[in-house]
Design a binder for this molecule. Structure first.
Ligand SMILES: Nc1ncnc2c1ncn2[C@@H]1O[C@H](COP(=O)(O)OP(=O)(O)OP(=O)(O)O)[C@@H](O)[C@H]1O
Ligand SMILES: [Mg+2]
Length: 371
């Protein structure tokens, strides 16, 4: 299979409404290659569906370009783009059997009957639906219906698969099974896939790369572990995974690192000012007010006085493979979350404790930088 490349350059969509223009998608750039599983992630209204619809040719763009293998995609009709699309609502034809629903894309392309039978049988087998071929949508479970809509999108061998929150209507357990299934199938077929969700756990678990959106803008794109470990804005740090935020005052900026003091007066030496945007590094000078971000697994909890920052333990949650301590610290802007692989002796709900931040894993951001 040739290594296809989809490129979005400065893609913008402005809707004109009675209340004035709405910029739904704002100069978005990214590319997706080969059989990549690429996910667009972000809060409601951030422009995910609009971006997907522009790629599919269901919506025109206001500015910018969509290229497929360096060709201008916008000059192709939606039909010629040869894209399979799966929606949140399964949008199956109720009066057709599962077989006929899956065969639809081949019938409108005018394939002969024997070939249709063969291709539909293959795709139904791939999705584990072969036994149900003669059933009607009303007689299928939600998960089975979504499988049929995936079969229908894949049967004519599209060059790309677009999925807009396909699992949103399924229960939690089925969602986890189905997302693995979708990934298995897309890898088996080697088909470029763009997936939309607002569930960050779902995005992290299935994606080769993901892109976090906010207010129509692409905030950051990368491998899930990269975006989790090195978010480039407070918005992304907060949206992907759990995070603790501490107001921090820069006391001594040197070379690549900095010393910061927290509200308690506690000093921390940060060895690298990683992932602060290049343009901002110069801004971080002595006296600068910043926000320190640290993930729950990079904070330790212990007896009062043992760690750097005092805290009051409000809640302890047993979460299977780890234990989550939630406490109030006068230093932090929000509740502090500590994830520990095992229970810490002597620390109970309601007890006083202290926490220690691992400076190597902490990140410094512009104060209040949500963009
Ligand atoms: N046809 C339209 N006319 C006017 N505004 C629109 C239209 N479609 C979308 N919008 C606006 O554009 C913005 C982006 O919408 P979009 O549907 O792309 O968001 P989304 O990220 O898919 O959200 P959700 O997670 O809720 O599905 C929103 O502010 C929305 O109200
Ligand atoms: Mg949407």
């Amino acid at each position: 299979m040739p290594d296809h490349v989809l490129t979005l350059q400065g893609l913008t969509k402005v809707f004109s409404t009675d209340r004035g223009p709405i910029t739904a998608v704002d100069k978005v750039d990214f590319d997706v290659r080969g059989d990549e599983f690429f996910t667009m992630l972000g809060p409601s209204g951030c422009g995910k569906t609009t971006t997907l619809r522009m790629i599919a040719g269901l919506e025109t763009s206001t500015a910018g370009k969509i290229l497929f293998n360096d060709e201008d995609f916008t000059r192709f009709s939606a039909f010629r783009r040869n894209i399979g699309m799966v929606f949140q609502s399964y949008a199956l034809f109720p009066h057709m059997t599962l077989f006929e629903n899956a065969a639809y894309g081949l019938r409108i392309r005018g394939l002969d009957n024997d070939l249709i039978k063969k291709k539909v049988a293959e795709i139904l087998a791939l999705l584990g639906l072969d036994e149900l071929a003669e059933r009607y949508p009303a007689d299928l479970s939600g998960g089975q219906q979504q499988r049929v809509s995936i079969a229908r999108a894949l049967v004519y061998e599209p060059g790309m698969l677009l999925l807009d929150e396909p699992l949103a209507n399924l229960d939690a357990k089925l969602r986890v099974d189905m997302r693995e299934e979708i990934r298995r199938i897309q890898k088996e077929l080697g088909i470029m896939s763009i997936y939309v969700t607002h569930d960050q756990e779902e995005a992290m678990s299935v994606s080769d790369r993901l892109a976090v959106f906010n207010l129509g803008q692409l905030m950051q794109a990368g491998h899930p572990e990269e975006v989790y470990a090195d978010p480039t804005s407070l918005f992304v740090a907060d949206f992907i995974g759990k995070a603790n935020f501490f107001p921090a005052h820069v006391t001594n900026r040197d070379g690549t690192g900095a010393k910061v003091s927290l509200n308690s007066g506690q000093e921390l030496a940060l060895s690298r000012l990683v992932e602060v945007r290049e343009s901002e590094k110069a801004d971080i000078v002595d006296g600068y007010d910043a926000t320190l971000m640290v993930r729950p697994e990079h904070v330790e909890i212990g007896q009062p006085g043992k760690g750097e920052i005092d805290c009051h333990v409000r809640r302890i949650q047993f979460l299977g493979s780890f234990i989550r301590y939630i406490g109030k610290c006068s230093d932090a802007t929000q509740e502090v979350i500590v994830d520990s692989p095992r229970a810490v002796p002597g620390i109970e709900e309601g007890s006083e404790a202290s926490v220690t931040i691992h400076p190597a894993d902490a990140r410094l951001f512009h104060k209040g930088d949500g963009s």
